[in-house]
Write a protein that binds this ligand. Structure first.
Ligand code: ZN
Length: 673
């Protein structure tokens, strides 16, 4: 019998034939596709003909077609509907894939061909997109160490292996500290705690095998405890345990690991020819240099600090009114902030939910895409991988654009969070390939299913990523859709969230599940205002972490990261009652692998851009406002259809006429009037 993953898909829109695929098909399909990819790579590397863009770069672009077809189906299922078998397959595939990719980047014959093309790039008569694709392929090789010889090559390998070990150790130490600590609450210790927290604390106690209530270091317990507990002594105890994670001495202490990690990253960067790790890391980002990142963060820092200091005074007054003398401490902030929120912005989730029906919010996301880009969505009746998943055909002017799959409900087999992935990416090389795009969320089922405002925002966010994939219009898959710099990829998604907040959208689609009445104007206003509450605090704790991360990797690696952290915080005048969102011994973004190392800033960078970009629509108030057709056209042309085919700075400047400024973000966060 032929393997359905490897045979031709004669299905509508060449969707994967989910009904025919069994878990036993993945391993043999993976092996066969891997062999095929290896053979294709060998053919390219050993080609006796002189290298050309077509026989080298285009051939590379197509070399892994079967492999990516198998993997994109597999990873979608492994994330959205996992089984023990699928987890086992995942553990089996990942070292094989790592070995395969290092084999390619260390293939000298292959790199020589790419390098030859790169050296004579100006004579090759390439389109702009081709020139960029060549640059990206070559840069990938160089950054993986393809240019290194002998001892340097061996040393890079050692450094990378040691970094992988340290990253895993860092997370495990953190987990161990989080697992070991808990605080038992007696009957007198429960004052102020709301029911949902009492329930969760009881559940935690049962898990620990003790009677009554327990607070652990899980964020979902500790944060509400700090918000609601009237017991200042217990808040202090819990807070101090929370910020001591990874710094308790003994075997699970992360401080030496952090120092060694930073030193090895510095060495890695130098081996590859960079001044320091930040320069290496930021080369591929829109920000490009540590100076650009610092400059942006500092523009946000000062107004955020001023707002936080104003808030601190108000909260300290509230504390003094409670009869507590002395200064406001870190374990007081959330408690008094919650009291203040209740007094100024009381908002009851239960009041909002009936107005936010999942199906109406999906319609709202589709309708906005229709008004902006002319997209139309027609439900499709096709077999999918789970009964909760739904599919639509996306068309424009009667022409097929994409297939969109929405898989919205939480279930045990789905990993947490929300994401967008492509089961097939858009490209034009070797045929007009249209995308199949999936949005996966974890909303609670119901009849009808109701969302919180945060859930609705998540739905729009992931749909923004989906638009980036669906409207993609490039030749090469390696620059298609969301294949862009990390500090650029959240622009379309975060930008799309703004359309949820356009009052006319909510007025039309936020209707009561039972009565069908639109959301009352006053509730709508309060719901939107609540979004910017306590932004001084959250901006300060975030930006402080981002600046420390940046300075860790900018210049020589610090021998004592804790001393460096103290120095950076002192330098920026960190407010007394706020700490970093993630202090060094707990900073998993930066030390459990290098995904966000010297890149923690990127969340804020994207937010600066999305606020600035939406402001451009606002500026068109007289013309079409949030749905201005000319702005929508520019957004599609320069950003949503362009993928990574041009430098992100160029794309943004073409869209907006200039680089983004921080003003719209500061206004959006309520940090300036
Ligand atoms: Zn996102």
């Amino acid at each position: 019998m032929t393997n359905p993953l490897l045979s031709r898909w004669d299905t509508p829109f060449q969707l994967p034939p989910f009904a025919d695929i069994s878990d036993d098909d993945f391993a043999p399909a993976f092996d066969a596709a891997m062999d095929e990819a290896r053979a294709n790579i060998a053919t390219i590397a050993d080609n006796p003909a002189a290298p050309t863009f077509a026989n080298t770069i285009e051939a590379l672009e197509l070399a892994e077609e079967s492999l990516s077809r198998v993997l994109s189906v597999f990873y979608n299922l492994a994330g959205a509907d996992s089984t023990e078998k699928r987890e086992e397959l995942q553990r089996d595939f990942s070292p094989k894939l790592a070995a395969y990719s290092s084999e390619i980047s260390m293939n000298e014959a292959l790199f020589r061909r790419v390098e030859t093309l790169w050296q004579k790039r100006d004579d090759l008569d390439l389109t702009d997109e081709q020139a960029r694709v060549l640059m990206l392929h070559r840069r990938g090789f160089v950054r993986a160490g393809a240019q290194l010889q002998g001892a340097a090559r061996d040393r890079l390998k050692e450094v990378l292996e040691r970094l992988a070990v340290l990253g895993t150790q860092f997370s495990q130490n953190l987990l161990a500290d989080e697992r070991d600590w808990f605080m038992e609450l007696g009957p007198d210790d429960l004052d102020g705690l709301p029911d949902f927290l009492l329930d969760a604390a009881k559940g935690a106690a049962t898990e620990k095998g003790v009677e009554g209530h327990v607070i652990t270091l899980s964020r979902s317990l500790i944060t509400p405890f700090l918000q609601f507990s009237t017991r200042r002594d217990l808040r202090q105890k819990a807070y101090e345990a929370f910020v001591a994670r990874g710094a308790n001495g003994g075997e699970s202490d992360n401080r030496a690991i952090a120092a060694e990690t930073l030193a090895l990253r510095q060495e890695r960067a130098e081996l590859l020819g960079y001044r320091d790790f930040a320069s290496y890391k930021l080369e591929t980002e829109m920000a490009k240099t540590p100076e650009a990142v610092r400059d942006l963060l500092m523009q946000v820092w000062e107004p955020a600090k001023a707002a936080a200091n104003r808030d601190a005074e108000i909260l300290a007054d509230m504390m003094h009114a409670d009869g507590i003398n002395g200064g406001l401490e870190a374990w007081d902030w959330r408690y008094y902030s919650e009291k203040r929120r209740k007094a100024e912005h009381d908002l009851d989730e239960a009041e909002i939910k009936p107005y936010l029906q999942l199906d109406r919010m999906i319609e709202a996301a589709f309708d906005s895409a229709n008004r902006l880009f002319g997209l139309e969505f027609t439900p499709l009746d096709v077999p999918l991988y789970h009964e909760d998943a739904r599919a639509w055909e996306v068309t424009r002017g009667g022409k097929h654009v994409a297939v969109f799959i929405g898989d919205y409900f939480a279930r045990g087999s789905k990993r947490s969070g929300a994401w967008c992935s492509a089961m097939r990416s858009q490209r034009k090389l070797g045929g007009d390939v249209r995308p199949i795009v999936v949005n996966v969320c974890n909303f609670t089922k119901g009849d009808p299913a109701l969302l919180s405002f945060d859930d609705a925002r998540t739905l729009f966010h992931e749909f923004g990523h989906a638009l980036h994939q669906m409207l993609s219009d490039v030749t090469y898959e390696s620059v298609s859709g969301t294949s862009v710099a990390q500090d650029f990829v959240e622009l379309p998604s975060q930008l799309y969230e703004h359309w949820l907040e356009v009052p006319e959208v909510l007025q039309k689609f936020a209707t009561h599940a039972e009565t069908g009445a639109p959301m009352p104007a006053d509730l709508l206003k309060r719901m939107l205002a609540a979004g910017t509450y306590d932004m001084g605090f959250s901006t300060v704790e975030y930006v402080a972490s981002a600046l420390v991360d940046l300075e860790f990797h900018n210049g020589a690696a610090p021998a004592d990261p804790m001393a460096k952290q103290a120095e950076v915080l002192e330098g920026i005048g960190m407010p007394h009652a706020i700490r970093m969102r993630h202090a060094t011994p707990q900073f998993a973004h930066v030390f459990s692998g290098d995904g966000y190392s010297s890149a923690y800033y990127s969340y804020m960078w994207s937010e600066v851009m999305d606020a600035d970009a939406f402001d451009a629509f606002d500026a068109f108030e007289d013309a079409g406002g949030a749905f201005d057709p000319e702005m929508a056209k520019r957004l599609e042309t320069h950003i949503l259809s362009a993928g990574g085919s041009r430098d992100p700075e160029e794309l943004y400047t073409a869209f907006r006429g200039r680089m983004p400024g921080v003003k719209a973000l500061l206004k959006g966060r309520g940090l300036i009037p």
